[in-house]
Design a protein around this ligand. Sequence first.
Ligand code: FE2
Length: 131
Amino acid sequence: MAKPQWSEAFSVGDVEVDAQHRMLFELLGTLMELAAKPDATRRELTEAVHGLTTYARVHFDTEEELWMVRAPQHYVGHRRKHEAFRARAAELERDLEAGQPIDPLMLAAELQAWVVQHLMVEDQLLKPGAA
Ligand SMILES: [Fe+2]
């Protein structure tokens, strides 16, 4: 699985949100690398997932403020998408901490698919003039 690469094409035209999106890609890259390592421990994996989901939660709060300013008509719908991620992230973290059997590559792929689709497609309506 290739590491996701952020590019200027995905900028939403806000310095803070763009910086946070870059950081999410970095954290995702770290998780992808770890998931591909046969000797990665469950603790390392749990910490990488926790790092990504914790940062995502903080980022959603910042981004939702921008949605209110730039595209309030999409605020509620977009917030629901963030809520769905928060709920799924909590479930994955519970499973990891409870010692449930997990496939690290499947776990990383699921998080990557959501983050990449969300940032590269859904968040693009945040660009000035896009909504
Ligand atoms: Fe978003």
